[in-house]
Design a protein around this ligand. Structure first.
Ligand code: CTP
Length: 201
């Protein structure tokens, strides 16, 4: 979330559920997991390190603190824009005020293109109303190994839902998965990465 004034903020509909399920499944598989999370109503899985943040800037700061990562999952729906200046006093309805939005830092792109900090396997996510080519474009731009593509439409109302319909995308491969629970999507993603590594090692 990006604060506008002490009571208002910019955010989006993402619940964080898919990210929390991935963290949970990784932990159940024996991984040492750090979950850097924006505000949610979810209970964090046990046996993981939870780091709570609010803004993109705070998330980036925490991501930078971790080095030698085997797997980086960038599930967060980071706000693409923020207000240029956070107003310190509540904006009153009779104030004549316009938002002055500026672009936010793209955390995944920064990390993907940083040789020193890039995890061994980098997994990005792409929420699109358009087709899978847009996800592959993000894979290249952000230098990811795998992109998890979510088509946002009437059939896949992903926000807040316990279900998801994902497609796993690499440079050369596209694997469509049928609609299933976010828990099972997390398992599919982990299984796919395991096989991806066997092929690419
Ligand atoms: N991401 C990020 N920092 C941002 C925006 C996105 O790290 N400021 C990451 C997300 O965590 C995700 C990937 O980039 O893994 C794609 O996010 P998405 O919202 O689908 O796309 P954007 O890059 O924001 O592009 P657009 O909104 O134009 O589709």
């Amino acid at each position: 979330i990006e604060m506008i004034d002490p009571v208002r903020y910019i955010s989006n509909q993402s619940s964080g559920k898919q990210g929390y399920e991935i963290a949970s499944q990784l932990s159940l598989n024996g991984a040492k997991v750090t979950l850097i999370s924006g505000p949610t109503n979810l209970t964090a899985p046990s046996n993981i390190k939870l780091v709570k943040i609010k803004s993109a800037k705070e998330m980036y700061k925490q991501v930078q603190k971790i080095s030698n990562i085997d797997y980086g999952f960038f599930t967060a729906a980071v706000s693409d824009f923020k207000n240029k200046k956070i107003i310190t006093k509540k904006i009153k309805k009779n104030d004549n005020y316009n938002l002055d939005l500026v672009k936010n830092i793209d955390i995944l792109k920064k990390i993907g293109n940083d040789k020193k900090r890039k995890p061994k396997v980098l997994i990005g996510f792409a929420a699109e109303t358009g087709n899978v080519d847009l996800a592959r474009k993000k894979l290249i731009e952000k230098n990811c190994d795998i992109i998890v593509y979510n088509k946002i439409d009437e059939y896949n109302k992903v926000f807040g839902s316990d279900f998801n319909k994902i497609t796993l995308v690499t440079k050369t491969n596209t694997k469509e998965i049928k609609k299933m629970t976010k828990v099972n999507c997390a398992k599919k993603i982990i299984e796919y990465i395991y096989n991806y590594q066997l092929i690419n090692e």
